[in-house]
Design a protein around this ligand. Structure first.
Ligand SMILES: Nc1ncnc2c1ncn2[C@@H]1O[C@H](COP(=O)(O)OP(=O)(O)O)[C@@H](O)[C@H]1O
Ligand SMILES: [Mg+2]
Length: 353
């Protein structure tokens, strides 16, 4: 029997259903759950922790059926995007809070708080109030508070999504260290593929309340459905095959185009290339540079998005999106039917498998 087993789980919240979810995790596994917004990821976590009572199915944790237990008897902790720290308590008290219900000994509580604060790099912040902390620091406190009770299962519901990229990256490293130190089993809902690559040994894809795919990240993303991946990333996705590896560049033939990527890959390998819309520059002519891609295309459509302009361009057999400023759109005289060149760096043509 696995450490965590979710069997045939069904939940009906009126208008939305989780249907027949099966999931297994071994002790120490790090599972990421991905899926479009509204696919039921948060509901799933909240059913695991016991905020919702499933219509059908069982949840077994360490050989114990916890389906009918109240949340506080399950030994499961959850961390959300917005930390929800107690504003009137300092960091020390926030972290110690749950532990005080389990332990009486003040010295022991203090030792435990100091230990977890050390692991999460917040020892200097113990006497501060939450309002004085940065977003990243607050999330460290939220993680400390959840881990200190040594939960059997740690649930993370997009814990990094309000943070900037650098902070996210640092926090990932810290989280990795902390969960290995505390040997925690984790279910982590995320939109960010970096979380999957950096943290997870398993990934579960959820769509419309159902599990679509589960396995190790390599095998799940080996042949992703481009539309599905693009939906998550909001990125351009091109499927192709590696033709050569020249110097430091991989040459890929994808959808009738020749694309250079600085990500390494083997000739013959089938790959999916992702190019973010904001990393594409549109230009009137070609730009000579070995580290750049310059691809001729034709404008299909132009539409406004907030204060920017999205230009859809047909290149080869692909339809890609570029995001530019209204000024450059005007200067280039772009309109449907016009020819344009799309320029993007080889380092921005990312091979995602
Ligand atoms: N308590 C609830 N009652 C009714 N519908 C809900 C409730 N909670 C969430 N939903 C709906 O269920 C769907 C899935 O929500 P959620 O699990 O939050 O999605 P995700 O976390 O994947 O973005 C959404 O359509 C949402 O509006
Ligand atoms: Mg959610």
């Amino acid at each position: 029997m696995s450490f965590l087993e979710v069997r045939d789980l069904c939940l009906d919240v009126g208008g939305f259903e989780l249907s027949r979810i099966e999931l297994k995790a071994e002790k120490g596994d790090y599972l990421t759950l991905i899926g479009p917004t509204g696919s039921g990821k948060s509901l799933f976590l909240e059913t695991i922790i016991g905020f919702y009572r499933p219509e059908k199915g069982r949840i077994i944790l360490e050989e114990k059926d916890i389906t009918d237990l109240p949340p506080d008897k399950r030994q499961i902790s959850i961390v959300y995007q917005d930390h929800m720290l107690f504003p009137h308590m300092d960091v020390f008290e926030n972290i110690a809070y749950a532990l005080r219900k389990k332990l009486r000994d003040k010295k022991q509580i203090e030792a435990e708080v100091k230990q977890i604060a050390g692991v999460l790099g917040i020892d200097e912040l113990l006497h501060r109030k939450p309002a004085t902390l940065s977003g990243g620091e607050k999330q460290r406190v939220a993680l400390a508070r959840s881990l200190i009770v040594r939960p059997k299962l740690l649930l993370l519901d997009e814990p990094f999504s309000a943070l900037d990229a650098r902070t996210r990256e640092k926090l990932r490293d810290t989280l990795k260290k902390a969960i290995s130190e505390y040997s925690t089993t984790v279910l982590h809902v995320t939109h960010d593929f970096e979380d999957v690559w950096a943290l997870a040994n398993r990934v579960v894809v959820i769509r419309k309340g159902e599990v679509m795919q589960a396995g190790d990240p390599e095998s799940v993303f080996k042949r992703p459905s481009p539309d599905f991946v693009a939906e998550f990333l909001g990125t351009n996705v091109l499927k192709g095959k590696v033709k050569a590896f020249e110097g430091k560049l991989t040459v890929i033939e994808a959808e009738g185009l020749k694309i250079y990527s600085s990500d390494p890959a083997k000739p013959g390998e089938e790959v999916v290339v992702s190019i973010r819309p904001e990393e594409i520059i549109l230009s009137r002519g070609t730009v000579e540079s070995s580290a750049r891609n310059t691809v001729k295309g034709k404008v299909l459509g132009i539409f406004k998005k907030e204060h920017l302009v999205v230009v859809e361009v047909k290149m080869g057999n692909a339809e890609i999106k570029a995001v530019i400023t209204p000024t450059s759109c005007e200067m280039l005289g772009l309109e449907p039917g016009r020819e344009t060149y799309a320029v993007f760096k080889a380092s921005n043509a990312r091979i995602i498998r």
